[in-house]
Design a protein around this ligand. Structure first.
Ligand code: FAD
Length: 599
């Protein structure tokens, strides 16, 4: 099995040369950090990934969790990993010192999480979900709630989940049916069923803390009726002991991939004894839950990039080892066969994976940097708007492209890639969930076209345009990048015109017609956002090449320029055909009705 799942050199390039993350220490919150502390943290993350996670990547796919007598039994390799997560403070490392955090930039935390995901995504999901659930309690929970839960969750002893989905309610969360009935004891009685709850039950943590959305009994229909609750699997009684809270796990699903982590069917209140505690305000549950969902959408995007990275390095290793055929101009059968990596078509597939992976990772860091700046009060409104605007792109682009990228990794392996001896078929199966959970691609498409481009009277869109134009202006100093600068300038012109046309048409057509091709619009926007990041990566690389790089660094920067050239020529060019379709008034998907699909 391939040994490399991510490039440490690329990570250093991103934090030091592209995003200058260390400059965040000009803000008091981050002042204790410098390049050395970042290096140490990422070295440790790499060691954890290599020693505690990667060795179990395949094994956890084979020895999957199983349900027996109401309990889910999971792979025991997760235990030392969770202990390490707790003791090393990885779950709350971006939080303030006074609650046990390390005041680390999210930019660095996300890179550590990227490494964890690349090494073993099924294992990584446990602390990732706990971090998201704990963040909700931290942001909206009363002080006594924080005192009761956070320390246990940060230590990795109590697992956190997000409990949204129900058997009949997935994307349409406003229609959910789980109920919460107020009592005069300060808690609510919870009743209902949730399904597909990741890490929702296991035999390795003392307790599971569900962050659950439910409808106030007899409350209004739709979103205003929904509130957020903490519903622990075991509640703390008056004596400070854990007692059963009437949360039952009725089984787990058998899945295509991401098999090391169970998704659970949970019943709340079957014995009419399930208590939940309101988090934040009544009726604001969905809005508050969006805090966690947005965080998880970013995590899903980064998790997809992780899997693309691991599959890419596996394919690269194979392409360098396997010999097959000769170059098209070499006709002599007496000459030795060449390594796969000598073939242009193999290089095309490797370039595709590299371009998608590294461009997306840069986009992920760009978002984290906006979050870090917002957190320390640097233009918070603007930075938060940029994050909000870009979330559907970061969630979707690596998830959807990742299916193609991991498929290319299989293709490079030929028949061996389709078989279990090599890891790439697992990456392909593992990544398939990413366009589905945390809001499907369809929902993300509606989000960007239906909400984000016109959000705050188009302010977020305008801010985004300024950001891309800044990168273009910087790249203009380099004649070597003239072609890419022109391509991105033209893409931005097209984006502005097309978006204005679509928004102008909105008033004349139904909402259904307006949103019918929103996924194509999201694809269009994603290609441009990743091209923006590639232009930045290329600008830094061209600058570095003008210095006196070592031979090894020269190759590194030239590799970036090749991948950037690939992205602009092979990927960004797709926006023209997308624009043709998006401009079309032929609404075939709206017109056709169900009878025409028969036969
Ligand atoms: C491995 C895994 C892990 C998960 N983890 C969790 C978890 O931890 N917590 C949790 O709460 N849930 C979890 N889920 C559930 C997941 O979030 C849902 O599966 C997802 O939100 C989609 O809901 P659904 O499956 O009901 O599909 P549906 O909502 O039925 O959607 C089916 C299809 O219809 C489309 N569609 C739906 N509505 C519309 C519409 N209005 N307009 C256009 N198209 C539409 C969708 O885009 C999709 O293509 C998990 C699921 C899986 C498989």
């Amino acid at each position: 099995m391939a040994e490399k799942f991510a490039s440490r050199r690329n990570i250093d390039f991103l934090i030091n040369e592209v995003f200058n993350v260390v400059s965040l220490n000009r803000f008091p919150y981050f002042e204790d950090h410098d390049e050395e502390t970042f290096k140490m943290i990422l070295d440790t993350a790499m060691n954890i990934s290599t020693d505690l996670m990667f060795p179990y990547f395949k094994e956890m796919d084979t020895n999957t969790p199983y349900w027996e007598d109401g309990k889910v039994h999971v792979h025991k390799a997760i235990v030392p990993f969770l202990k390490e997560m707790g003791e090393g403070g990885w779950i709350q490392c971006e939080k303030p010192y006074d609650i046990g955090g390390q005041q680390l930039p999210l930019t660095i935390k996300e890179l550590a999480y990227f490494l964890f995901g690349a090494a073993n995504y099924s294992m990584h999901v446990y602390p990732m979900l706990t971090a998201g659930a704990a963040n909700l309690i931290y942001q909206y929970g009363a002080q006594e709630m924080q005192d009761m839960y956070l320390e246990k969750m940060y230590s990795g002893k109590w697992q956190g989940t997000m409990a949204l989905t129900e058997p009949d309610i997935g994307s349409s969360l406003g229609d959910l049916t789980t109920t919460a009935e107020p009592t005069d004891q300060g808690y609510y009685m919870i009743k209902g069923q949730k399904i597909f709850i990741s890490a929702g039950n296991s035999d390795i943590t003392e307790n599971v803390v569900h962050l659950l959305i439910a409808r106030l009994k007899d409350g209004p229909l739709g979103v205003p009726g929904i509130s957020l609750f903490i519903v622990p699997e075991k509640r703390i009684n008056e004596n400070g002991e854990l007692e059963d809270n009437d949360v039952q796990c009725g089984g787990i699903e058998h899945k295509l991939g991401y098999r090391g982590s169970p998704i659970c069917q949970l019943t709340f209140g079957e014995e009419k004894n399930c208590r939940g505690w309101l988090v934040g305000e009544l009726g604001k549950g969905l809005a508050q839950m969006f805090k966690m969902m947005n965080e998880e959408r970013i995590n899903i995007g980064i998790g997809a990039i992780s899997k693309i990275s691991a599959a890419y390095y596996a394919a690269l290793e194979y392409a360098q080892q396997r010999k097959q055929g000769r170059k098209p101009d070499q006709k002599d059968p007496a000459t030795p066969m060449v390594e796969l990596i000598e073939h242009a078509d193999i290089k095309r597939m490797l370039l595709f994976q590299k371009a998608v992976m590294e461009g997306s990772l840069a986009l992920a860091l760009q978002l984290s940097l906006y979050q870090d700046l917002a957190m320390v009060g640097q233009d918070p409104e603007e930075n938060e708007m940029l994050v909000d605007f870009l979330i559907p792109i970061l969630k979707t682009y690596p998830s959807e492209m990742g299916i193609l990228a991991t498929s290319a990794a299989i293709q490079i392996h030929g028949g061996y890639g389709y078989c279990g001896d090599f890891p790439v078929e697992q990456y392909y199966r593992d990544i398939r969930i990413d366009p589905i959970h945390e809001g499907t691609t369809g929902i993300q498409g509606q989000d960007i076209l239906g909400r984000k481009v016109s959000m705050k009277k188009g302010k977020a869109f305008e801010l985004y345009i300024n950001e891309v134009e800044k990168a273009i202006a910087e790249a203009k100093a380099y004649p070597e990048l003239e072609k890419q600068v022109e391509a991105l300038e033209s893409a931005m012109g097209l984006m502005k015109d097309l978006t204005a046309e679509l928004l102008a048409k909105k008033a004349q057509i139904s909402n259904e017609a307006f949103l019918a091709d929103s996924v194509l619009y999201l694809d269009f926007m994603s290609q441009i956002a990743v091209a923006w990041q590639w232009l930045k990566l290329m600008t830094v690389s061209v600058t570095a090449l003008k210095g006196q790089p070592t031979d090894q660094d020269r190759v590194f920067y030239q590799g970036k320029i090749y991948a950037g050239r690939y992205f602009f020529d092979y990927e960004l060019t797709k926006i023209d055909s997308l624009a043709i379709r998006l401009r079309s008034d032929d609404k075939v998907t709206v017109e056709i009705t169900k009878e025409f699909f028969e036969d």
